[in-house]
Design a protein around this ligand. Structure first.
Ligand SMILES: Cc1cc2nc3c(=O)[nH]c(=O)nc-3n(C[C@H](O)[C@H](O)[C@H](O)COP(=O)(O)O)c2cc1C
Length: 404
């Protein structure tokens, strides 16, 4: 492990992405579904305040919680969604939440596919009509209907339209949610994609949906906006999306010119992204974060910038990961709901030894996922309001080199 001071220095290095965007340092807020949209699935004031706080907290880049590309296909109640005839003005205040800071705000675009609960979609759509295996999960999600070829093309159009809308509103980048069992993941996995047409049948056709989305979204947003993909290292399910296939997708995404690949893993049935599988538990014991071994392999086959999310809790652990060369950006999910100003907290600890930024046991009991208590952005928002509004601005980590 590097000393705390050395770790803070590593975190403070800026990073220039292929598109030319500069991340002021290496701490990023990963996507956390906020469920703070209004009744018409538009971003509300609470969401704007939360992102103001997180931006001022010094995260170099913030990915929004998943924004759905179709209000008729939601993953959760109060998701923000982009309608068929969108007005960019609706997203403008949210996009401006980082004004006056160096933070980049990117939007994560998503379609839930079969992961739209029964109370939101009586019959969700998916690559194939495959229900969940797990009986408990099946009680929440109905068996989906297989998409037609024309419907697949229409969903690609919706991603492109959504990307153009939020970029026009002022966001600086797009992330496609290709992880955690949502629609893109469903196309990638042989368990959920049983098609035999141009969109399935073998690994090359299963990844066509994702690569087509990358091509179309890039065409909409241009070469200077950031384009990222969040990808599963694997599903951790027998017969599912394997590590070998995932690495092949990494290679092709790099060749397709994305700017940043965020690595995660797992699905609702195997919640590896939360550290709730035996594989991720043992990786955490060894190296703090869940997906570092995979990142090391991805590094060997592509020069795309890598962000790894899942399990990072200490400045020293983050520094060790950066020093190993396996990744470029540290993604933080649950910690930012407890410590909304992670860069500031990291910088403050630069002079002290061995202090954890966010001890595991400090998560407030929030919403339940896969049986474990997890922190939720809505809880963070509530606590901030109780505390009397957003905290004062702080200087970003990059200006505090040497842990001062
Ligand atoms: C309440 C909650 C909501 C989440 N929503 C999203 C999401 O919208 N998109 C996404 O890619 N990941 C989502 N995640 C996963 C996180 O981005 C992250 O991968 C995961 O929490 C592991 O990182 P951590 O150990 O730093 O929390 C969510 C996690 C939590 C706890």
């Amino acid at each position: 492990m590097p000393t705390t001071k050395a770790a803070v220095e590593l975190l403070a290095e800026p990073l220039t992405l292929r598109c030319g965007a500069v991340l002021p340092h290496r701490l990023a807020k990963s996507a956390l579904s906020e469920q703070l949209g209004d009744r018409r699935n538009r971003p509300g004031q609470e969401l704007v305040e939360l992102y103001r706080t997180w931006s001022r907290g010094g995260a170099g880049m913030l990915v929004t919680g998943n924004v759905m590309v179709d209000p008729a296909a939601l993953g959760e109640p109060r998701n923000v969604a982009v309608p068929a005839r969108p007005d960019p003005a609706v997203f403008r205040e949210w996009a401006a939440a980082s004004a006056g800071t160096e933070a980049q705000l990117w939007v994560q675009l998503n379609h839930p596919g079969r992961q739209s609960p029964r109370f939101l979609s009586r019959q969700p759509v998916a690559p194939s009509a495959v229900p969940f295996d797990d009986r408990g999960v099946r009680s929440v999600f109905a068996t989906p209907r297989a998409l037609t070829g024309a419907e697949i093309e229409a969903i690609i159009d919706r991603f492109a339209l959504s990307a153009r809308t939020v970029l026009e509103a002022g966001f600086r980048g797009i992330q496609l949610h290709g992880a955690h069992g949502y629609l893109i993941s469903q196309f990638l996995s042989p368990l959920t994609n049983r098609r035999t047409d141009a969109w399935g049948g073998d690994a090359v056709r299963r990844r066509r949906f994702l690569l087509e989305l990358v091509r179309r979204v890039r065409a909409e947003i241009g070469a200077t906006a950031a384009l990222s993909v969040k990808l599963n290292s694997a599903d951790f399910q027998r017969g599912g999306f394997t590590e070998e296939e995932s690495l092949e997708v990494v290679r092709e995404l790099g060749e397709a010119g994305i700017d940043l690949l965020e690595i995660s893993g797992g699905t609702y049935e195997r919640a590896a992204m939360m550290g709730l599988t035996s594989e991720t538990r043992s990786s955490t014991r060894n190296r703090e974060a869940y997906f570092l071994d995979y990142a090391t392999k991805a590094r060997q086959i592509s020069d795309v910038a890598l962000m790894v999310t899942g399990g990072f809790r200490t400045v020293e652990g983050m520094g060790a990961a950066l020093r190993s060369g396996a990744l470029d950006v540290i993604g933080l999910g649950r910690p930012v709901t407890v410590t909304p100003r992670p860069a500031r907290a990291a910088a403050r600890r630069g002079g002290r030894r061995g202090r954890a930024t966010v001890p595991e046991d400090r998560y407030p009991a929030g919403r339940q996922l896969a049986g474990d208590p997890v922190a939720h952005p809505a809880d963070a928002s509530r606590r901030l309001r109780q505390a009397g509004g957003p905290p004062p601005r702080c200087r970003p980590l990059a200006r505090r080199r040497g842990g001062q």
